[in-house]
Design a protein around this ligand. Structure first.
Ligand code: COA
Ligand code: AMP
Length: 636
């Protein structure tokens, strides 16, 4: 019997435009589209060309008008401060309008950029939606990034305003954001006129006179003011989200208004089986794509309740905190990264804390962001008694490219596979020359153009970089930069990245950017950063440094410098704790560093001596320096 998924996917394949026109009915448009897809605009075309809409209206106002005003829109549960704040759709609308009027008073308008550098507080979502309401383009910067990363984003996005919290709260430490903000503004070429600072009690800060405005005071003075939703083109940018590229210059992923609304609303029902009134919890951070799509936007697009969680899966206060949140707020769907479950499993291997809570509301656990190992999936299935769904996506896609679509009826689970492509994605596997490989063979995973609604239409002010990064290598296809397999049943297996991106605790990091930081150390002649296996974080970075000749400082001191430099330049999120001095780096005869082989040695995976290696003895040296640190020791 054909599955509902197969029918829906076939509908899309038969007539993609009719499929996306039908999905577009779920959205309230100010003006209908002239054409569902315009193939002649942008690097590969644009969705819902000619249409006008407003994302904030669809997320909030229309639900209030439809009588959903008293329902919780957001529940802020801070395991760190022990507080819970529930915000109804009506209250959210009022808060958004109050903030939007502050923005308008300060001259922020359609097309202006606003950087949001905030902790996991409701005001962060309010800020995103207030920008969306007036047509300003927000760019959220994750709090775990250092001043330097923030400065890079300021120079690229050129914001007229920055909205920030005075601090973020990590277990056992208050992370002062305000000094990082001041440093970034000083460092950036582009000068920002206004900062709106939400001062949290944990970290009061002096405001810079003439530049900084107190968020709470400004918003309080604007309570009750009305700000209409600006009619925007479907193709106008809603936000820019910077993600790791292959260099220190991050890529500004652009998301538009119309396509984003349609695809995300579609995904809530079809993939997540989530409808008006359901409680949806994406345990991520608003600084990541998951947080944008599935904390701030998609649950609200469909009138569900979204949980905004400030805390960790363990240590705030214990490995039972997820179950407490599920029980307290009757969460139906939990979405997080496998690393969170590995952390919980490590602390509470028998899952004993689960029994203390009534988690009967939970119907599904979705995992994404990194490879979900079978042990973790089986552990979660057994302990929670609900389907555990691995699904695959990227910051660029903004919604799942492959999943087991819960709302269309589940397909049989194959461990190790995020299941099948979603409508919109014609996923294929090609060899390096661009020829299709046989089913079951490893190759480059690509998506046939055009990409579906919500997928990035381009990079911010960088069409050419978009083309070079994504669509030039395999003409007619988008390069995902993931390598993998498609089996006889059409199930996809994601094996590894084909570029220098590594995945640390579900966070995407560029080893190229880290190498740029290490190279900037005055004593470092050359370096290589690889991701090595970690039982909780999936991967952690490990940097090899070769010192300049004549350097007299101790290796240990320089290694410590490198760790500190990475924290200062990229931020704590890089989780860079391992710098290792080597005499030489293994290279091919053409001078390419053999990072892949080094990683296999560190992870004790089988490896072959590369035919093109310049000097095989160097790999033995690398093995020895790793072993001396207890890494890559052959055991058993
Ligand atoms: N502001 C400032 N610092 C931050 C931060 C923020 N918003 N978020 C993280 N950091 C810091 C942490 O304090 C830590 O610093 P440390 O080196 O001083 O300990 C560092 O950045 C790394 O943070 P993190 O990656 O969160 O690691 P962790 O060891 O604190 O926790 C996990 C590990 C697995 C529990 C955690 O990463 C996790 O829950 N991940 C899964 C959910 C998720 O966020 N997924 C993202 C995509 S879905
Ligand atoms: P990000 O842009 O941070 O979402 O990272 C995207 C990358 O994470 C993908 O290109 C994959 O390499 C990896 N990834 C995301 N989801 C999965 C998954 N379910 N299985 C394996 N890898 C994944």
């Amino acid at each position: 019997m054909t599955s509902l998924y197969a029918q829906v996917y076939q509908d899309w394949q038969t007539d993609p435009l009719a499929f996306w026109a039908k999905a577009g009915v779920a959205i309230d448009w100010i003006k209908p589209w002239d054409t569902v897809f315009d193939p002649d605009s942008g690097p590969y075309g644009r969705w819902y060309a000619g249409a006008e809409c407003n994302t904030c209206y669809n997320a909030v106002d229309r639900h209030v008008l439809a009588g959903r005003g008293d329902q919780d829109a957001l529940i802020h549960d801070s395991a760190i401060t022990g507080t819970v704040r529930k915000i109804s759709y009506s209250d959210l609308q009022a808060e958004i309008e109050a903030l939007a009027s502050v923005l308008v008073d300060k001259g922020v308008g359609k097309g202006d950029r606003v950087i949001i550098y905030m902790a996991m507080v409701p005001e962060a979502v309010v800020a995103m939606l207030a920008c969306a309401r007036i047509g300003a383009v927000h760019s959220v910067v994750f709090g775990g990034f250092a001043a330097n990363e923030l400065a890079t984003r300021i120079d690229d996005a050129k914001p007229v305003m920055i909205i920030a919290t005075s601090c973020g709260l990590e277990p056992g430490r208050v992370v002062a954001y305000k000094p990082m903000l001041d440093k970034a503004i000083e460092q950036a070429q582009h000068k920002v006129a206004t900062c709106l600072i939400l001062v949290r009690p944990q970290q009061p800060h002096e405001l810079v006179s003439g530049r900084d405005i107190d968020y709470a005071q400004a918003v309080a003075a604007s309570v009750g003011r009305k700000v209409p939703c600006e009619p925007l083109k479907s193709t106008d940018p809603l936000y820019i989200l910077y993600t790791s590229g292959t260099t220190g210059q991050p890529k500004g992923v652009v998301r538009d208004n119309g396509g984003h609304l349609v695809a995300l609303a579609w995904s809530m029902g079809a993939i997540y089986d989530t409808y008006p009134g359901d409680v949806f919890w994406a345990a991520s951070d608003i600084g990541w794509a998951v947080g944008h799509s599935y904390i701030a936007y998609a649950p609200l697009f469909v009138g569900a309740t979204s949980i905004l969680y400030e805390g960790k899966p363990v240590g705030t206060p214990d490995a039972g905190t997820f179950w407490r949140v599920i029980a307290d707020h009757k969460v139906k769907v939990l979405f997080t990264a496998p690393t969170a479950f590995r952390a919980i499993k490590k602390e509470d291997p028998k899952g004993e804390l689960i029994g203390r809570y009534d988690i009967s509301s939970l119907k599904y656990l979705f995992l994404a962001g990194e490879r979900a190992d079978t042990d973790t999936i089986k552990w979660a299935e057994q302990k929670l008694g609900v389907p555990v769904i691995d699904h695959w996506w990227q910051t660029e896609s903004g919604w799942p490219m492959a999943a087991n679509p819960a709302g269309l009826g589940m397909l049989p689970v194959k461990y190790g596979s995020p299941t099948v492509p979603m409508p919109g994605y014609d996923v294929q596997v090609l060899d390096d020359a661009g020829h299709p490989v046989k089913r079951g063979e490893l190759g480059n995973i690509v998506v046939k153009l055009p990409l579906p609604p919500a997928f990035l239409p381009t990079l911010w002010n960088a069409d050419q970089r978009f083309r070079e990064a994504y669509i030039s290598e395999f003409p007619g296809y988008y390069k995902t930069a993931d390598a993998g397999i498609m089996d006889e049943d059409g199930y996809i297996y994601i094996m590894s990245r084909t570029d220098d991106i590594i995945n640390v605790a579900g966070h995407r990091l560029s080893t190229g950017a880290m190498e740029e930081v290490l190279s900037s150390h005055p004593d470092v002649a050359e370096c290589a950063v690889i991701g090595i296996a970690d039982s909780v974080k999936g991967q952690v970075p490990c940097g090899f440094i070769v010192l300049k000749s004549g350097v007299t400082r101790s290796e240990a001191d320089i290694e410590q410098d490198c760790v500190a430099l990475m924290r200062e330049k990229i931020g704590p999120v890089a989780a860079f704790k391992m710098a290792i001095t080597a005499k030489r780096l293994p290279k091919t005869r053409s001078g390419k560093i053999l990072r892949g082989t080094m990683q296999k040695i560190a992870d004790q995976e089988p490896w072959n001596m590369p035919a093109t290696i310049d000097d095989p003895a160097i790999l033995e040296e690398i093995q020895l320096v790793l072993n001396a640190r207890g890494i890559g020791l052959v055991t058993g």
